[in-house]
Each structure stands twice: as structure tokens, then as C-alpha cells.
Design a binder for this molecule. Structure first.
Ligand code: AR6
Length: 303
């Protein structure tokens, strides 16, 4: 399957085809060599990526060679080719190179590969535009939540609301002691519920404190309680006219909730909410580490 992320990884190679093609390969006129074409490492990585991201497909490319030749004669046809046709063109040229050394080099030189990539970029853009509006309002970002410029940050707090480690500690440190002083007045918060305070020294005006469930194996209502954290935080956001907010991966740190399971719950709750209400303009999922970032991006692409 071709995913938007997979296409992004391929399109990241596009600049190398916009440079003079000579840097991508050299021809060594050594007659003892079966294949005098030597491709640059970045070009080799590009070809490997085409296989990995399913742009090189399993089909009878030899029988399709005449069809591919039509696109060489009239390259403007590429501008209206669909994704499957681009896969066939790519496959034909990559495979043909094995039997006709330098075929790919010629395709690069003629601008044919670049034309295919440009068409892929257009199709990639359309994928975003065709995502439901609710998903377009979700962003997955790797970083520190305390640096986010949004109306409200969500804090993965504990029931006492009196601060702790992890993201809770980071938010209290960045907000300053006034946040703890306000939290003391709230009388704690049961698991699955949410309460709101000012953001003080944070770039965001508000902090929504929610208490995720401690993972106890999955049979103690953990899924529903985690879903409640997202639902109640979003409800508080609307009640306070908050239009942009950032969530950490609630419960997936000290509280031990399995990351992929928690991510599916988080995304499901947020997309359901956004599809019902246009009030909140943007929800950011802030991933502290690379693993969380990969899981969140993968989950978003399967929605
Ligand atoms: N920005 C964004 N995400 C962060 C940050 C940060 N600055 N720091 C950590 N994370 P955790 P929990 C991620 O343990 O599991 C506290 O002590 C972290 O990598 O902060 O809900 C409270 O007081 C992880 O993915 O929260 C509670 O006692 C996610 O935030 C308890 O921990 C949540 O990890 C709550 O445990």
C-alpha cells in the first residue's frame, strides 16, 4: 500500500533530480565492465525507497513497455497520470535498467523521472485535501509540549493535581509556582476527569489538567477512562472558547499504558469530537520521543 508518509519519503529525493543530472551517475568507459554506469549513493537510496514504498510493483512490465514508450514520446501525458500508472512507469524504468544498462540515467537526463516525481507530488497534495476536514485539524508534532503556542496545553496530571514528574513536572516548571498555587485550590481531580487553570509563564493561556488511568493490564476500565480524559478535556476547551490545544500522550509514561493502544484511543476520541464540532480549529499531539512520533504518525495515516 502507498501511504502519504511513504510518498513524502520518496518526494524528499526530488531536489537531487532538480540538480544537474551528472552528479547522480558517472559512466566509466571501461569495456571490461558489464555495466559501466555507476550511480551515486543517494540515487541508489532513491531506488531502494521506490521498492520499500511500493512504487515498484509486481506486474508484467515487459508487456507494458509499448505503453510506457508513449509517455516518453509525449511526456505531458504524465501530468494527468493516476497513481497506478505512475507505479507502472516507475516499475518499467527501474526494471528495464537491469536489462539495458544506463536506461535510468537516460530517464533522469531527459527529465522523465522528475516529471513523474512532480506528478506524484501533485497526487500527494490531493491526498491531504481529500482527508476529512476533522483529520486536517489534527497535527502530530515531535517536541516539548511547554513550547507550543496554542490556547491550551493539556497536562497528564495525578489525582492530587499537585505536580509530579514527566510532562506534569515540565509544565509546572515552565508555568512557575503560581500554577501550583492555583492547583491547590482545586481539590484534586478524579481519574478520567479534567480541570482548568491559567497558564502563567507558559506561552499558552490555559492548562487543562486531566488524570489518566494507571495501566493495570487492561481489565480495569483503563480504555474508557483514557477516552474520558480526551473527551472531558475537549469539553472544557469548548466551554472556555479554546480553539487550539495540545495533548501529550496521556498515561503512556509513568502510568504505563501501552503506547499504540493509547494512541488509537486518543485519535479516535479527537477525530470523533472534531467531526461533530467545528469550534476547535486545531488539536496537536505532542510526541516527546521518536517512538511516540512514529506511532502517532502511523495511527493518523490509518484513520
Ligand atoms: N512534552 C511532551 N511530552 C512529554 C514531556 C514534555 N515536556 N515530558 C514527558 N512527556 P508522563 P503519565 C511524555 O509520565 O504516564 C507524573 O508524575 C512522556 O514521554 O508524564 O500520564 C504525574 O504527576 C509520555 O509519552 O504521564 C503523574 O503522577 C507522556 O508524556 C504521572 O506522571 C506521558 O508521560 C502521570 O503519568
Amino acid at each position: 500500500m502507498i501511504t502519504p508518509d511513504g510518498l513524502d519519503r520518496i518526494l524528499a529525493f526530488m531536489p537531487i533530480f532538480e540538480r544537474p543530472s551528472a552528479s547522480l551517475y558517472e559512466v566509466r568507459p571501461d569495456l571490461s565492465m558489464m555495466d559501466p554506469y555507476v550511480y551515486a549513493p543517494e540515487f541508489t537510496q532513491f531506488i531502494q525507497g521506490l521498492y520499500r514504498e511500493n512504487l515498484v510493483i509486481d506486474f508484467n512490465w515487459v508487456a507494458w513497455k509499448d505503453e510506457a514508450a508513449k509517455y516518453l514520446k509525449n511526456s505531458s501525458q504524465i501530468n494527468s497520470a493516476d497513481l497506478e500508472t505512475l507505479q507502472k512507469l516507475i516499475t518499467t524504468h527501474v526494471r528495464a535498467d537491469r536489462f539495458n544498462s544506463g536506461h535510468l540515467a537516460q530517464m533522469v537526463e531527459s527529465g522523465h523521472i522528475l516529471a513523474i516525481l512532480r506528478r506524484l507530488a501533485t497526487i500527494r497534495g490531493q491526498m491531504d485535501a481529500s482527508r476529512p476536514d476533522s483529520q486536517q485539524r489534527i497535527r502530530v508534532i515531535q517536541g516539548d509540549i511547554t513550547c507550543q503556542r496554542v490556547d491550551a496545553l493539556v497536562n497528564a496530571a495525578k489525582e492530587s493535581l499537585l505536580g509530579g514528574g514527566g510532562v506534569d513536572g515540565a509544565i509546572h516548571r515552565a508555568a512557575g509556582p503560581e500554577l501550583l498555587a492555583e492547583c491547590r485550590t482545586l481539590g484534586g481531580c478524579p481519574t478520567g476527569q479534567a480541570k482548568i487553570t491559567q497558564g502563567y509563564n507558559l506561552p499558552s493561556q490555559w492548562v487543562i489538567h486531566t488524570v489518566g488511568p494507571v495501566w493495570q493490564g487492561g481489565q480495569h476500565n483503563e480504555d474508557e477512562l483514557l477516552a474520558c480524559c480526551y473527551r472531558n478535556s475537549l469539553a472544557l476547551a469548548v466551554a472556555h472558547s479554546i480553539r487550539t490545544l495540545a495533548f501529550p500522550a496521556i498515561s503512556t509514561g509513568v502510568y504505563g499504558f501501552p503506547l499504540e493502544r493509547a494512541t488509537r484511543i486518543a485519535m479516535a476520541e479527537v477525530t470523533t469530537f472534531l467531526s461533530r464540532s467545528a469550534f476547535v480549529e486545531e488539536v496537536r499531539f505532542i510526541c516527546f520521543g521518536d517512538e511516540a512520533h512514529q506511532v502517532y504518525k502511523a495511527t493518523l495515516s490509518t484513520l
